[in-house]
Every structure is written in C-alpha cells, then in structure tokens.
Write a protein that binds this ligand. Sequence first.
Ligand code: ATP
Ligand code: MG
Length: 471
Amino acid sequence: MIKKLIRKILGTKSKAARDANTPVVLGPEAHGIDPRLLSNNAIRVTSTLQEAGYEAFVVGGAVRDLLLGVKPKDFDIATNATPEQVKRLFRRAFIIGKRFQIVHVMFGNDLLEVTTFRGTTSANAPKDEHGRVLRDNTFGSQAEDAERRDFTINAMYYNPANQQVLDYHGGIEDIRAKTLRIIGKPEERYREDPVRMLRVVRFAAKLKFSIEPETGAPIKVMAPLINNVPAARVFDEMLKLLMSGHALACLQQLRKEGLHHGLLPLLDVVLEQPMGFKFVTLALDSTDARIHAGKTVSPGFLFASLLWHQVLEKWEAYRAAGEQTIPALHLAADDVLDSQTEKLALQRKIGSDMRDIWAMQPRFERRTGKAPHKLLEHQRFRAGYDFLLLRCASGEIDAEIGEWWTAFYESDEASREDLISSASQTSGGGNGGAGGAKRKRGPRRGGRNRNRGGEGAGADNAAPAHDGGAD
Ligand code: ATP
Ligand code: MG
C-alpha cells in the first residue's frame, strides 16, 4: 500500500518534471529493447548524424514497437540537424514537403524519414474556422518535439549508440499498462488535428490497448470535425487503418466511437447493410490474414470490396430502369466512384483498379467458347477471381461458379476444354453475363463452399494476388 502510494506521489512528481522539459532516461535493463530488432539502416542514419555532431534518435512508432518487442515496419529518425544539414550527409537524400520539410534518406529500397525536431504549435499559428491548425512549421527543441506528438507511447526517443530511451510523457508506464493516452488536453489536440481521433482508433485496435478515459471522452462529440480535414489526409489515414492487419477490429472500433457516421460515407454504407456487412467482413478478414502472412494487399481490391454492395444496389436500379447489364454496371461504378472520391480522394490508379475488378465480374458468368481463356489472360484476373470467390463465400452468388473457376484456373489445357464443354451443357454455364450476379440463392452447400471461397479469397498461396501492393 505504502509502496503504491509512494510510487503514485513519485509518479506525479516525475510527470511534473517531464513537463519541465526533463525526460526520464531509461537504460537497456530498464527498457529491455532487443537491439537486434533495429535495422542496420536506422543505425547508419543515427550514427552518421551523430558523428557529424548532431543529435539523432529513432522516434515514434518504431520505439513503441521496439518496446513491445515487435520488429518495426519502418524507422523514423528525429534530429536537431536542419533538412539541409541532413541532406548533405547522405548520398541519396531528398528534401520533401513544402510547409514542413523532412528528408527521405534511401538505401536501396529502404526509405527512412528524417525529421528535424519541431516546435510546439504556437498560439498564433494559422487555423481554420474550427481551430484546425493549417501551418505549423517551426523547428524546436526535443522536448517541444515530444510535446507535439500525438500519444505518450509515440513520443519516446531511442539512441542506438548508448541504448537509452528518453521518455518525456510517461510513455513507458502507458506501454506497460497498455494504455493509449493523448499528450496534452484531448479537446485541444483533436481540434488542432481531427485525424488524431482516427489514430486513437487505429492504435487501440492494432495494439489492443485501452483508451484512457479522458482521451476517449471527447471523440463522440468531436467526430464531425473530421469533415473539415482535406480528403487526401483522411484517405491516407483510412488506408493505414485498413492495412494495419486489424482492419475489422478498427472498423468495429470506429463504429463504437461513432466515427463512421457522416464522416466517411464509405463506412456509413458498408457497416449498415446486412448483406454488405457479411461480404466486407470476409474481405477484411482476408486482408488481415494477408498482412499477417507478409503478403501485399492492393488498395484497389480493398476499396472495391468495401463498396461492392453499393455498386450492386445501383446496378440493379439501372437494370430495373431498362439499361443492359454491362452498361448498367458501368453506370453504377461511375456513380459509386464519383460519390466517394469527393470525400475520400481515391487516387486515380485505385479508382481504375476498382473499376476493373467490378467490370470483370459478369465475365465470370460466361463459360463458353473462348471467353474463359480471354478472361484468364486479363491483367487483373487474379484480383477479379479472388473477388468472385468472396462473392461466393458471402452467399451472394452460387458457390458453383467459384468452384468451376478454381478448377479452370488450376487445370491444364485439355482439362480446361472439358470444363468448358461441361459448363456449356449445364444451364448455368453460359448465360452471357445476363444479370446472374444478383441471384441471392445463398450458400446451398453451406460449410464446404464457404470454406472454399474463404480460403481462396483470403491468404491465397499464389504470387501477388491483387497486383499493385500497398503504397
Ligand atoms: P505506424 O507503426 O502505424 O506507422 P506510427 O506511430 O509510426 O505508427 P506514423 O503515422 O508513421 O505512425 O507517425 C510517426 C510519428 O509521428 C508518430 O509516432 C507520432 O509521434 C507522430 N505523429 C504522426 N501523426 C501525428 C499527428 N496527427 N499528430 C501528432 N503527432 C503525429
Ligand atoms: Mg510509422
């Protein structure tokens, strides 16, 4: 009891000290980071900077992951050298960004982001009418840099040379308690940058941390502020969320926090349609599985899945209004892409991948003559096929189509001819794509079919299924 009390008092004291710009310094025994989890290139960058007389640390998510015993997927470096000074030290270094310049240092394909310590947001930084900070680009001290980071667990600095961790905001304690705590006053921080609310959700779901009550409290009320954030930034953060390997958990958490309403039209639609929900759940499950297996996931495939049921609905409406099947599908795709791009700033390449995947779907229904061979040669056949399997697995279309295509895809030439002739003899074989896509018969042969589709759509074993990969 007394020990606890003392720790509590000390804890508050040390917090006060941290506010006074003095970090808690932890040595290797105290933090327990395994230095083997560090990349050689991260060490190369910090030591080059240090040899030139600057301070340099691994920072942010990488330190958090190192403390959690996870190999970081990338390394960010923070330094007191200016971008110009950094650039001079490396052969392949590029200054990017207009407002706040950072340096990309490249070794082969490995990219490290080197950022000069940023100053805290000054009271007179330009803001929009809702209080969102528009420009904030002054350099500062390390303590100031720590203060303007989002969460305590993201504001620690690791120096590979002496293996010390500098912790300004109690990040270590929060990591140990698995707590996500925003630095500073939550309302203020969300107002400055509403994207932080999406980040709360992403980290909580990804790390399985609980959200400290004061950090979580304002989100429901402040959620609409996301509407004022430029679409491109929302898109970047959404992509990170969907590619986190915990996409489903993230979406569920978004919903719980009320962050899906109105702010991301996509999620409004997705999470509130029962049929769509099943499809999206399967798609996200398979995305998560691919990420955990270290495979690529294409954003086009992901967004095509998220929006498919919206396309289906509009496709049906156009057909009901007298349009032919294929033009109706294209019109539906246009509508959906147009309505989303306004807010989500889907990049053009992603939009065209989505369209390809959707447009391929009726072609899977044509199983006569040369049509299946032609489809097999399509540049994005694999993505279209995975998508077809998802549709089967969700019960949207008959599982038999998916099974046929699996057999066709995996067969040699002679067996392919047999498959085509057997398909021509059955009534379902060659309906010319005339609207078979909306037969909601459900998975007739339940478990087996569902499994089969799930497997194919999920962590498929062939090389890059949905070409493209995460960017
Ligand atoms: P991940 O492992 O998913 O990349 P991360 O914490 O590294 O997680 P990044 O988006 O790469 O996330 O950001 C790097 C660091 O920059 C964060 O750890 C945090 O310190 C800081 N940061 C990023 N976005 C914000 C923000 N909106 N507000 C304040 N600090 C931020
Ligand atoms: Mg990062």
